[in-house]
Each structure stands twice: as structure tokens, then as C-alpha cells.
Design a protein. Structure first.
Length: 272
């Protein structure tokens, strides 16, 4: 889990250091940081900035979703059979901030994970608020949908993306701000995916990836993902979709195992 998050960390917003995951977080008007790691008795330990302590129930819930603490990996591994035999403890990396994850998915269209991380860092530096923390690596809040919704394509495109993709980011931000797209898991994932797919530049790969990570949906499957298709022998997206039927209702975990079978190779998306 830490390796996955480390490979997708956004400079200034989150980081993995010393076997612990740290990030900035805004809840309402309160801002601060959190740290998640393994305790001495092999449990998950959560530390919260004093400025966020009154939100401890919310932060704990987000941590459970982000680290998939409610899963039973052994049950899931048995259901997936040989696919999960090498790493039966695999969990599904979730999200502390659904909008952040959605934007990251769009930034990742047609680029590598490393390229998406570079764009995410530029995006945060340009539009995220500065914050003071005890950690040198945490300096920015993830850009809020209300802030991004007020931008223009000319504001966003210069960080290094086509204008059409910048327009998609703005469309998602405005849909989240206006309550058209809900990314906190409070509505059925199919509803959120339908709302996402109605937006320009959001296709099946992006919608499935957002459902898998931002919503914690355990049965998402971005069949057109190049890494998934490679892990399955270079088959087509249609054939990958057919193969994945055997892994319901745990297809998101199948995705994690397929990516891991490539030696940690990242997801790679076609342009939706």
C-alpha cells in the first residue's frame, strides 16, 4: 500500500517517508496534516494535527477507506483464485480526497504514472493553498473544487496538458461544486459513474478508475487500461472485460493483482 501511494504522491500534498504516509487535509474551514503508519503492535496508527482533531471521526473514516481496512483480503484472495496466490493480502488503495483522485485520473490520461505525478505537482503548486506543517515535504493543500471551478482553460493548460483535457478538469470541478457529481461515496457508484460519463473528456477508463479509488468500489474494472491488457497477454479491452467476469464482485482487487504481476508497473490509460 505504501509503495503504491509513494509512486503516486503529489509533491507538497502527500508523501511516504520512514514507512509512514503523510498528507495535508482540509475539512470545512479547518486545515492540517495527518500521518498514517504501523504501530508497534502491528495495527494502523493515525496521528492528526491539533487543528483537525475535532474532525477525528471523519478523518478515521477516510483513513479506513484509503487503506481499505474493512476488507477481508483472505476471503477476496480465495475468490480470485490463482490470480491472488502470490500476494493474498493485497488491499485496494482508496482516497482521502475524492476530487483530488478524480483530477489525478484525468491528469493520467495518456501519460505514465510519473508523468501524472509531475502534472499533479504543478497543479497543486499553481492552485492549492499554502500550508505550514511540521514536515518539510508537506506545503500545499490539494486544490479545492470551488477554486478550480472558477478557472479557465487558459489558466490550467499551461501546466502541460492539451486544452481539451484542461476543459475536462474544469467540467469535473464544476460538476462537483454543483453537486452533480458526488465523490464521497454517499451515492451508489453507478450513479456517480453515470454523472462522470456525461462530462466531456470522461470515458470508461477514467470513470472506472475514479470509482475504484475515490469511491472505494470493489468491482470496478478499467478494461482499456494498457497495463491490465498487457498483464492478460496483450488482449483487447473487450476480451479483458470478458475475462474479468470471473472475478466479480472483486474486480478492483483483480486490477491490483494484475498491475502487481507486472512488477509494480503502473496503470496506463488511453485517452477517454
Amino acid at each position: 500500500m505504501l509503495a503504491f501511494l509513494d509512486g503516486r504522491a503529489t509533491l507538497g500534498v502527500d508523501a511516504v517517508a520512514g514507512g509512514r504516509y503523510r498528507r495535508t487535509l482540509a475539512i470545512g474551514e479547518d486545515v492540517g496534516w495527518i500521518e498514517v503508519g504501523r504501530s508497534f503492535d502491528d495495527n494502523v496508527e493515525l496521528r492528526i494535527a491539533p487543528t483537525l482533531r475535532r474532525h477525528h471521526v471523519d478523518v478515521a473514516a477516510r483513513t479506513r477507506q484509503a487503506f481499505d481496512l474493512d476488507a477481508d483480503p483472505q476471503t477476496i484472495a480465495r475468490a480470485l483464485g490463482p490470480l491472488a496466490a502470490t500476494h493474498p493480502g493485497t488491499r485496494l488503495p482508496g482516497s482521502f480526497n475524492g476530487f483530488e483522485t478524480a483530477i489525478r485520473a484525468i491528469l493520467g490520461q495518456q501519460v505514465s504514472v510519473k508523468g501524472a505525478s509531475t502534472l499533479a505537482a504543478r497543479f497543486a503548486a499553481a492552485f492549492g493553498e499554502q500550508i505550514a506543517t511540521p514536515y518539510a515535504e508537506l506545503t500545499r493543500l490539494s486544490p479545492a473544487p470551488s477554486r478550480v471551478a472558477e478557472l479557465t482553460v487558459d489558466d490550467v493548460a499551461p501546466i502541460g496538458m492539451p486544452g481539451a483535457r484542461a476543459a475536462t478538469i474544469l467540467a469535473v470541478a464544476r460538476a462537483v461544486r454543483d453537486g452533480i457529481v458526488v465523490l464521497d461515496g454517499s451515492v451508489p457508484p453507478e450513479s456517480t459513474m453515470g454523472a462522470l460519463l456525461a462530462l466531456p473528456g470522461v470515458g470508461p477508463w477514467t470513470a472506472e478508475y475514479i470509482a475504484m479509488r475515490a469511491l472505494g468500489w470493489r468491482d470496478a474494472f478499467p478494461a482499456s487500461d494498457l497495463g491490465i491488457r498487457k498483464a492478460l497477454g496483450g488482449i483487447s479491452a473487450r476480451d479483458a472485460e470478458a475475462r474479468a467476469e470471473a472475478w466479480r464482485p472483486w474486480r478492483s482487487y483483480a486490477v491490483m493483482h494484475l498491475w502487481r504481476s507486472l512488477g509494480g508497473a503502473p496503470e496506463s490509460a488511453p485517452r477517454d
